[in-house]
Design a protein around this ligand. Structure first.
Ligand code: NOJ
Length: 738
């Protein structure tokens, strides 16, 4: 696996000497050219782009995926420019390319790093066959606010899970060797804190205390850097008063000085120019000055570097050495990718797009990402022998495009298997499938077809309701203030409920949805995110019980939007709430309104718990955890301890469980979360089978940034839980000593 950064990757290959020599031959204009990334023309190479490439004024092009045009771009750069420096070709290959995998938050619900790695590997291979050599993924922004549309592209709310899966993605994209055919450079984004946008409005201001930034938001980025990610993209947001794109603390102190990152930093789209819009700079020239000085190596889309860096150098405000460093950072990655040796792409050199292996991984990924949130009276799995007919209702039952989710520039809806197709296929001639979309879109408010839907529901043995959000409702700039099911979908559920048949909801969405208003109206609920190309096939497999659902939530599902932010690894507060001490608004004692309230941290109308907690997900079987133990009570700093528990499948279904390990540090130099995920594992168990799950905790795993922002491991008492969600009850403890 990739285990080092750009310069380290070219260490000992002659690469360092090569790029130094090349740098020595470059004019200032050519150097600045390497720092500029521009958008490609549509179906041709415009003359101005051709000329700029010839002059060596461009280091990278994004958004061209026609292999002939990509090869032509490379040809111009390599053969027509003075120094022949090849191009980085960037693209948002976020969750698959032609074969679309579940959206990243769905992939996070698999809790399966190996599968996530394989997904990224497939995406890289398919993208590389068009000449793309750099993806703008993974997005590692910790997301505690499901109103934010980019939750879809995130790996959820937890720094540990996001770190493990982010690292897997980096390894998948970059492969064993960046220079291998089919490997592409990856880019950890958006550095940093983008997910903390106020009120979940994209691009909005973020204010994150440094300690929180270090203990939560920066963790997945640090892991990605350690895993050898080659690029880092800045965030659009203002972070504590300084936009991330001009944030020297983040880009130099943390990223370079502390983490020793030696790849390159790219801005987000126009985010250098936007420094003026933020009100940080007066004009483009000052924006270029601030961004480069802060540590941005490459400017995406806007032209402030191109227009102003040379005068800033001439005026002595920016040294040529600083520019040289940025150029070397970029050339190092180009060298590591092997572009100087082979800049061109042979489209036939890679296995075909959407081949059976890719579709198989997409299917497994969709299957493992689906989280069963409710299953009363064994409504699922469907038992074919007991069914004569099935109603399939809803706007997302047969939507090849919508099931793919956000960021699917290159995704091919023609490859999609929809739920309706898969169910019909599965039902064969034995079970009559009665379909009605019910609503034209998920946002529709037209109830005209509800009578017809009721008739179909009454005529069927069970109702499958496919609800949720179209892909347009999540992703960049697609945020919502109300995260209930949009339109009149809740009424559709109510209407169908009245028909007296088992109601099974399958929800496809780009974010957690507040399900409080429908959860009691359905017998079972599968949350499928946007499951990608093979989504329908995976859903049918679970509905019919070929396999058990096994996904677990990578983000809490609030009861009500007003609870946001709500996340499991919160601090205890001085007045922690408890089930025993909450009072509902309807139960306030009129005679003692003050004293009856309990005086703890809860909402009078919604309590303090989410509807479904982080880590939660049901199975067709029943898993029982018992006998938690540590191999010893005390461990010294520098040592490890092993915590284990027995996990037994006490139900009747062969299934996989995601066993989770949580830790609480009871007393800290800064207050510590009530629980923190420190380990997880997928465990396969046949009925009656028992396995011991063990997790090793090294004292370093317990490290945190203290009030002086130093990473420390403190001696003291720890509680530890093993179980099937962040509400795991099986508990023991250990002590760390000096
Ligand atoms: C803006 C987005 O914020 C970023 O994530 C993406 O990679 C770039 N545009 C390039 O498309």
């Amino acid at each position: 696996m990739a285990s080092s950064n750009a310069f380290q990757l070219i260490e000992g290959t002659g690469g360092k000497e090569f790029i130094q020599t090349l740098l020595g031959k470059m004019t200032l204009a050519e150097k600045i050219g390497q720092l500029c990334q521009v958008n490609a023309g549509d179906n041709h190479i415009p003359d101005n782009l051709h000329n700029d490439l010839k002059e060596g004024l461009i280091g990278s092009v994004l958004n061209q995926v026609d292999v002939k045009l990509v090869n032509e771009l490379q040809r111009i750069a390599v053969e027509e420019s003075r120094l022949g420096i090849p191009l980085l070709i960037g693209r948002d290959v976020i969750h698959g390319f032609k074969t679309v995998l579940p959206i990243p938050v769905g992939q996070a619900a698999t809790w399966n790093p190996d599968l996530v790695r394989k997904g990224a590997e497939i995406a890289a291979k398919e993208a590389a066959s068009t000449g793309v050599n750099w993806t703008f993924a993974p997005m590692l922004d910790i997301s505690r606010d499901p109103r934010w549309g980019r939750v879809a592209e995130s790996l959820g709310e937890d720094p540990y899970l996001a770190s493990e899966l982010g690292e897997a993605m980096v390894n998948g994209f970059q492969g064993e060797n960046l220079s291998d055919i089919g490997s592409i450079a990856s880019c950890a984004k958006h550095f940093a804190g983008y997910g903390a946008a106020e009120s979940g409005r994209d691009y909005a201001t973020t204010n994150i205390p440094e300690n929180e930034l270090r203990n939560v938001y920066l963790k997945p980025f640090h892991s990605a850097v350690n895993a050898g990610v080659t690029a880092v993209m800045t965030s659009f947001s203002d972070v504590n008063g300084i936009p991330a794109t001009a944030n020297e603390f983040l880009l130099r102190q943390v990223l370079r000085d502390e983490w020793l990152f030696d790849g390159f930093v790219v801005s987000d789209w126009d985010s250098v120019k936007q420094l003026s819009t933020h009100g940080l700079t007066e004009n483009d020239k000052e924006s270029a000055f601030e961004a480069l000085s802060a540590g941005v190596d490459m400017e995406m889309a806007s032209y402030t570097f191109r227009h102003h860096l040379s005068s800033l150098v001439a005026e002595g405000r920016i040294s040529e050495e600083l520019i040289d460093q940025s150029v070397l950072n970029i050339l190092g990655v180009k060298y590591a990718l092997g572009l100087f040796e082979s800049p061109y792409t042979d489209p036939d050199s890679l296995s075909s797009i959407a081949n059976p292996y890719a579709l198989g991984i997409a299917r497994q990924s969709a299957r493992e990402s689906i989280v069963m949130l409710k299953n009363d009276n064994k409504a699922l799995p469907l038992i074919e022998s007991k069914l004569n007919s099935l109603a399939v209702i809803g706007p997302l039952a047969d939507s090849a495009y919508e099931q793919l989710g956000t960021w699917i520039f290159d995704g091919d809806p023609d490859l999609s298997i929809t739920a309706l197709e898969a169910i019909k296929n599965r039902a064969g001639d034995e079970i009559q499938v009665n379909f009605h979309s019910g609503l034209e879109t998920t946002r529709s408010r037209d109830t005209n077809s509800f009578d017809e839907v009721s008739r179909i529901a009454k005529d069927s043995d069970a109702v499958l309701l496919f609800l949720g959000e179209e892909s347009i409702l999540s992703g960049e700039a697609h945020c919502r203030a109300d995260i209930n099911l949009p339109g009149v979908q809740a009424q559709l559920v109510e209407n169908v409920r009245k028909c007296g048949k088992p109601v099974i909801a399958v929800i496809m969405a780009g974010r957690p949805i507040t399900l409080t208003n429908i959860i009691d109206q359905v017998d079972a609920l599968l949350f499928a995110w946007h499951p990608g190309t093979m989504g329908g096939a995976a859903i049918a497999e679970l509905l019919f019980g070929d396999e058990s659902p096994s996904g677990k939530l990578p983000i809490s599902f609030p009861r009500h939007v007003g609870q946001i932010p709500i996340y499991y690894n919160q601090k205890n507060t001085g007045k922690p709430p408890s089930d025993k001490a909450i009072v509902h608004i309807d139960d306030i004692d009129p005679l003692a309104p003050q004293t009856s309230l309990g005086m703890t941290a809860f909402h009078l109308d919604e309590g303090f718990k989410p509807l479904f907690p982080f880590g939660f997900g049901l199975s067709y079987t029943v898993f029982k955890y018992e006998n938690i133990q540590c191999d010893r009570y005390e461990m010294k700093i520098g040592e490890s301890i092993t915590v284990s528990a027995d996990l037994m499948n006490t139900g009747e279904f062969e299934a996989e469980e995601i066993a989770q390990l949580y830790v609480r540090d009871l007393v800290g130099n800064v207050t510590r979360p009530v629980r923190e995920l420190k380990g997880f594992r997928r465990v396969h168990l046949t009925p009656g089978q028992k396995k011991t799950v063990s997790f090793e905790i090294h004292s370093d795993d317990l490290a945190f940034y203290d009030r002086n922002q130093k990473l420390i491991v403190e001696p003291g008492e720890f509680r530890v839980w093993i179980g099937g969600s962040s509400y795991a009850e099986l508990e023991t403890g250990f002590r760390v000593i000096n």
